[in-house]
Design a binder for this molecule. Structure first.
Ligand SMILES: [Zn+2]
Length: 321
């Protein structure tokens, strides 16, 4: 697929949260994942600290940067993998479910941006949750609906006609930063949650060691698909402004894959000079030995909340009579 730079439409919007137009540029660069045209910039609002792309592509233009091979839409039959890969694929969703169940032990669960359904499958398999998905990418939504025999809305969360106060948990795994209007989506999450229901969002962790070491190559920036990056203190202000109770944060995502993406972005910057070294470096990273060697360091990063992805738990308050 090719994208004509002249066909792209840009917009320059004020801060989504505080509406200030004053900002400083933090990161500037191309799309390191697809190599599609354009130079993008992530800026920090001088008033509230929220990071956003400014200027940014309109949603119509940006859609083209979600290549059909985008990683969230991998379709695989877990049953057909060998036992090691099967455990590996299920470990992440299992750990996420356990983390949610610290706050809610079961009920109705909605996943916004469910992709090909790996997490919903785990929740369904537990027998403790009735699950529903929202996924605007049709082939991923169809795959999940057919595979799990559950309702999946093939549209944007904002457009989905979901009953108010009907879910015990609403989860967005690595989704909030992709949305063109995340605040509106958080308001929608509020509407569909029952009082006492929990909102679970994982987002790129600006305080991660990976962000510090790799700078502009950090996968958390992922220009141009990440329209926002949320410092935790700003996200806390936003949540409290919307009425949510902040329950806490945890690093629970398996981040071997995301670190690999960051490393491929970084090697990409010097690959043309030393192609063989770059290739060997990446092959070494993706080897089972490195995978095993990194288990403990990545676990330590999780414990200190220094991993590249952090999960935020919040609650819509119970009604007090
Ligand atoms: Zn702001």
């Amino acid at each position: 697929m090719t994208i004509e730079p002249e066909s792209l439409i840009w917009e320059d919007l004020a801060c989504e949260w505080c509406h200030s137009t004053e900002y400083e540029i933090i990161v500037e660069g191309p799309d390191l994942q697809t190599g599609f045209p354009g130079t993008f910039q992530m800026v920090r609002c001088l008033q509230c600290g929220l990071y956003r792309q400014a200027p940014r592509l309109t949603w119509k233009s940006l859609e083209q940067y979600y290549d059909v091979t985008y990683h969230s839409y991998d379709t695989f039959e877990v049953e057909k993998l060998n036992w090691f890969k099967r455990i590996d694929k299920r470990y992440g969703p299992w750990k996420r479910l356990k983390a949610i169940e610290k706050y809610k032990s079961g009920g109705n669960l909605l996943e916004v941006g469910c992709g090909t359904g790996a997490f919903l499958e785990e929740a369904l398999r537990s027998g403790r949750w009735n699950v529903t998905g929202v996924e605007p990418v049709k082939h991923a939504a169809d795959f999940t609906r057919n595979k799990l025999d559950i309702p999946v809305y093939t549209e944007l969360f904002g457009d989905a006609n979901l009953p108010n106060e009907s879910f015990d948990a609403v989860v967005l795994w690595n989704v909030l930063e992709h949305l063109d209007h995340p605040i509106d989506n958080l308001k929608k999450a509020w509407d569909v949650l029952k009082p006492g229901g929990v909102l679970v969002c994982s987002v790129p962790n600006l305080d991660s060691l990976e962000a510090e070491i790799f700078g502009r190559f950090w996968v958390g920036w992922e220009l141009p698909r990440h329209l926002f990056v949320f410092p935790l203190h700003t996200l806390k202000t936003i949540y409290q402004g919307l009425g949510f109770n902040w329950l806490g944060t945890r690093c629970i995502s398996t981040t071997y894959g995301t670190l690999g993406t960051t490393i491929s972005f970084w090697t990409g910057s010097w690959k043309s000079k030393h192609p063989w070294i770059a290739k060997a470096f990446l092959a070494l990273y993706w080897s089972p030995v490195t995978r095993l060697l990194l288990v403990i360091p990545l676990w330590v990063l999780d414990r200190f909340e220094k991993s590249t992805i952090i999960t935020v738990f919040a609650q819509k308050p119970e009604i007090k009579y």
